[in-house]
Design a binder for this molecule. Structure first.
Ligand code: HEM
Length: 566
């Protein structure tokens, strides 16, 4: 009897203890929530439309819904239907504002003030350090000033042979796929890294050894780890990540990547200094980009303007200079050579370590984006055979049945292919979102909402590109969306696959030129077929938009005849 009483007493004491602890915790959370709500960020954030949220967690529990990247897009559309194109969310006490109205996007992207990247970019830091993608302030400004001119059209033209040669190589590799269903992204990824090794670091097929192969593999695997850290929320926390096996893998991959970049920089610098001692000085960036002698075979001037020049002319970025002042093809120098040269001749103050960060950044930014873009184009053409026929007819007009490599002038004639590429990047933008951290309040156009300093702004390219106000049938693949008459009255910021404004993609012209040469070479050799309709694409919206179901394609050798002769 006594023991029953004692155990009852112990039981009720425990119950009381648990009850008071929970009460204390709930009061603590409630007080914290009250305090938070009074903060300026909360007061201003709560004026924006968005879903209800829980104290302490905010909308973070929605992450359980978003746990699979392929669900992100569906859920995002449901929210857009409910709240419109400005949506507020709280991740704990972090305010995130999603924007998809071009007028609002312009306010952010066209600004010289709101250029700071959001904290989500920190996963790149061990790899890219403070390279152009993540750096900010004066460092970003001075490096951007040095790097943007290295993407001048004259430099890009000197890469045409590299683009052609590697495109031919991938055509040869794809021969083994004839008659099978295969994932074309594997091939696009491989050829993209090969081209980058040569154009960013000057490592040619001839000078490639095992270390460059390991490097290419490591770059691909690092992209994958960063993707995983973005959507697996437990890997986002550094202390959790450090206990995960992926951390060790990352360390190994980084030693391969940085090992090679350091080795190549040291080697190139040695050669530069040896040559300098012998009086051999490579042409400066200025000489390569500001010559006067126009090659007669180059019909640049007005008709040399590509469709993209028109599409992107409202961006007001730093890439639209001097293109008419063309000097023809000159000696090929990789981006790394150009940076080393600028550093050595004193034009720019940049250390070897910083050059390494920029080369690594170009390798990352240039790789996954163009691999995804080219894979989407081939799948879309595989689905829409009538459009593929039109693309091939245009190519036949340019090349006939010859096997010759493409010239720069040929790429200017690929107007329909260019519309197909632009339309694919509209519907499937490789970079589906861009995130910035506000250091100052900013008033946007929609309802004059004020986004407070401290908020993270997420520009949703994917949503902007499918905005029903700006595209008549936003979910229909229609390259004619880029006919001049259809573009005439469209808001410039309704098409932002390369971002826009001062922090736009420096690789835009490189990417479009490369895509035209790569895709035209593949399409001159193969007809592509795709059996998965667009509504069954399983899109994964991590950093780079891809298909989780794989970019499945079938190919057959192309009979080189126009459709009229078929
Ligand atoms: C279809 C291909 C490509 C797409 C869609 C694309 C898209 C983008 C976007 C949206 C940004 C802004 C990212 C942000 O603010 O978070 C960006 C930045 C950048 N891109 Fe690209 N990109 C492509 C190809 C390339 C290539 C080929 C290179 C280099 C060879 C490159 C180099 C860069 C660099 C260095 C930045 C950082 C610029 C800065 O912050 O000043 N990109 N790109």
């Amino acid at each position: 009897m006594t023991s029953v009483l004692v155990s009852d007493e112990v039981g009720s004491t425990t119950t009381r203890l648990v009850f008071y602890s929970l009460l204390l915790l709930a009061t603590g959370i409630w007080l914290f929530h009250r305090w938070q709500k009074q903060s300026r960020l909360h007061r201003m954030g709560d004026l924006l439309p968005g879903p209800a949220y829980f104290p302490l967690f905010g909308n973070a529990l929605l992450a359980l819904k978003f746990n699979k990247p392929e669900r992100f897009i569906d859920i995002a559309w449901q929210f857009a239907d409910k709240y419109g194109f400005v949506i507020r969310g709280w991740i704990g006490s972090k305010l995130v504002v999603f924007l998809a109205n071009p007028e609002d996007v312009e306010v952010i992207l066209n600004s010289n003030v709101h250029i700071d990247k959001a904290s989500d970019y920190k996963f790149f830091e061990p790899w890219l350090g403070e390279g152009l993608l993540i750096s900010t302030g004066n460092k970003w400004r001075s490096h951007r000033k040095m790097i943007a001119p290295t993407f001048h059209i004259n430099i890009l033209k000197s890469f045409i042979d590299v683009f052609n040669e590697n495109s031919k190589n991938v055509v040869a590799k794809m021969k083994n796929e004839v008659g099978k269903t295969f994932d074309v992204h594997d091939h696009m990824s491989g050829v993209t890294v090969d081209i980058l090794l040569e154009t960013a670091m000057g490592i040619t097929k001839k000078t490639q050894d095992k270390s460059s192969f390991d490097y290419a593999m490591a770059v691909m695997k690092m992209c994958d780890i960063i993707h995983q850290r973005h959507y697996k929320f437990w890997l986002r926390l550094d202390f959790m990540f450090k206990f995960h096996p992926l951390y060790k893998t990352q360390q190994k991959l980084l030693s391969i990547i940085h090992g090679l970049t350091n080795k190549v920089i040291a080697f190139k610098k040695k050669v530069y200094l040896e040559n300098k001692a012998k009086g051999i000085i490579p042409p400066t960036l200025k000489e390569l980009t500001e010559g006067t002698a126009l090659e007669s075979s180059d019909v640049l001037a007005n008709n040399a303007k590509t469709l993209s020049d028109t599409v992107f002319k409202g961006y007001r970025d730093d890439l639209d200079f001097n293109d008419d002042n063309d000097v023809g093809e000159k000696k090929r120098l990789a981006f790394l050579d150009l940076m080393l040269e600028s550093a050595q001749n004193g034009t720019h103050n940049i250390s070897d370590h910083e050059i390494k960060e920029e080369v690594d950044t170009i390798m990352f930014e240039g790789h996954d984006t163009t691999a995804a873009g080219s894979s989407f184009v081939l799948c879309m053409l595989g689905l829409y055979q009538d459009i593929q026929t039109k693309v091939y007819d245009e190519l036949y007009q340019i090349f006939g049945d010859s096997d010759r490599p493409a010239t720069f002038n040929d790429t200017l004639q690929m107007k329909y292919l260019e519309r197909v590429i632009l339309e694919t990047l509209r519907m499937y933008p490789p970079v589906p979102i861009i995130a910035r951290e506000l250091k100052q309040d900013v008033k946007i156009v929609t309802n004059n909402y004020v986004l407070p300093a401290g908020a993270t702004v997420v520009v949703c390219n994917y949503g902007v590109h499918r905005h029903p106000k700006h595209y008549e049938n936003p979910n229909t693949f229609n390259p004619d969306n880029f006919l001049p008459e259809n573009m005439a009255n469209r808001h410039y910021y309704s098409y932002i696959p390369f971002s826009a404004g001062p922090r736009s993609c420096v690789g835009r012209k490189y990417a479009l030129l490369k895509l035209k040469i790569l895709l035209s070479t593949i399409l001159r050799n193969y007809k592509s077929f795709s059996d998965v309709p667009e509504q069954d694409f399983q899109l994964t919206a991590d950093i780079i938009l891809k298909r989780r179901d794989g970019f499945r394609l079938r190919i057959e050798p192309r009979k080189r005849v126009p459709s009229t002769a078929a």
